[in-house]
Ligand binder design. Structure first.
Ligand code: ZN
Length: 376
């Protein structure tokens, strides 16, 4: 086993705005949690510092003109076309330093892919990655540069088969749109239904087009989905598809926003299903590039990502500063006294019952329509 935690202090250098829900400093908290709980100081683990990604590599996925607008926006130059590309909105504000920040995030994900491809690593985490809503020539949903899309393009160029598993609570629309008719990428997204949440897409009937038909899997979940329903849907769909597709690399977005404490999402889960999913993905994939994705309750999210990292490295978090004067804990980890996984959250109410029935319907639909096309 050889794994890399890609991290830079520069991730936290800029802010999207004091009222913006995306907080860049969460990456620093994950790093500190992992350090404190003994999850970095192991012989097989390297901490790798990323560099910003160059224009040429950004253009593996993005349109040149859009990239030039991004660069201009970051130098406080206003151009009317920016508005048409989703730049300068409340959701995707522009400011000096933006280009440095987002190209560094993309550079971190890209570096991760290089380590997996050329340097014998089998696991990489970039917590500051997974900007799955950005399109080839537009920004949306707090995403400007689609690091996952760039890396998928890069891996396809090298002739690899890629599984993309998106556990962020929002549908991975940017990836779906870009690779909808491509059967070299198996795309699976579990998310809150587009009936109640941005980006209002990701229904089970969107199963891909042309050669890619069957290779685009959406599992929309209703509000009130608890751990039991989520794990039912995950275990029915993800392992069989991963096994029959047999990817060379799995790109997984561990969005921490499916947690019941997330302020933007309406699912009713603990971090338990994400931990179970991390275990299953690690067991079923030869190489994993793990990305953070969304998560707007900062401490809950940081704790989820530290746990995902621990699980994929087969480590049990241990508080190396336990009892030390000056040792400090963060938010919910302080409440529970440890970094341990949440107890499963199993709810018995009408929302859950409805969510379970709907998940069963979706699972049956996917098994009937997409499974035969992928050979599962
Ligand atoms: Zn999200």
């Amino acid at each position: 086993m050889k794994s890399a935690f890609v991290y830079s202090e520069e991730f936290s250098r800029y802010e999207l705005g004091p009222l913006h829900p995306f907080k860049t400093w969460r990456a620093k908290i994950v790093y500190e949690l992992c350090h404190r709980y003994g999850l970095l100081d192991r012989p097989w683990i390297d901490i790798v510092k990323p560099e910003p990604l160059c224009f040429e590599k950004l253009a593996l996925f993005h349109n040149d003109e859009y990239l030039r607008l991004l660069e201009a926006a970051s130098s406080n130059i206003f151009r009317f076309e920016m508005l048409g590309c989703g730049l300068g909105t409340d959701e995707n504000p522009v400011f000096e330093g933006l280009y440095d920040l987002i190209t560094l995030a993309a550079g971190a994900t890209y570096r991760g892919a290089e380590l997996l491809l050329h340097e014998d690593y089998n696991l990489v985490l970039n917590v500051f990655g997974g900007f799955h809503h950005a399109g080839r020539s537009h920004a949306e949903g707090f995403c400007y540069i689609n690091d996952a899309g760039i890396v998928i393009s890069y891996l396809l160029q090298h002739g690899l088969k890629v599984a993309y598993i998106d556990l962020d609570a929002h549908h991975g629309n940017g990836i779906q749109d870009a690779f909808y008719s491509d059967n070299r990428v198996l795309k699976i997204s579990l998310h809150e239904s587009g009936k109640s949440l941005y980006p209002w897409s990701g229904f089970e009937s969107e199963i891909g087009d042309g050669d890619g038909k069957g290779y685009n899997i959406n599992i929309p979940l209703l509000q009130g989905t608890d751990d039991e329903t989520y794990l039912y849907a995950f275990s029915q769909i993800v392992p069989p598809l991963l096994q029959s597709f047999a990817p060379d690399i799995t790109l997984a977005i561990f969005g921490a926003d499916a947690h019941h404490a997330d302020p933007l999402v309406h699912l009713n889960m603990s971090n338990h299903p994400i931990c179970k999913a991390a275990q299953a993905i690690a067991d079923l994939s030869p190489r994993v590039l793990a990305l953070g994705g969304g998560g707007y309750n900062i401490y809950v999210s940081a704790r989820t990502w530290a746990l995902v990292w621990a699980i994929m490295n087969r480590l049990t978090p241990e508080d190396i500063f336990l009892g030390a004067v000056g040792g400090m804990m963060y938010g919910p980890e302080a409440e529970s006294g440890s970094l341990a996984e949440d107890h499963p959250r199993i709810v018995q109410d009408s929302a859950k019952e409805q969510a379970q029935r709907d998940a069963e319907r979706v699972v049956n639909y996917i098994k009937k329509t997409a499974f035969p096309l992928v050979g599962a």
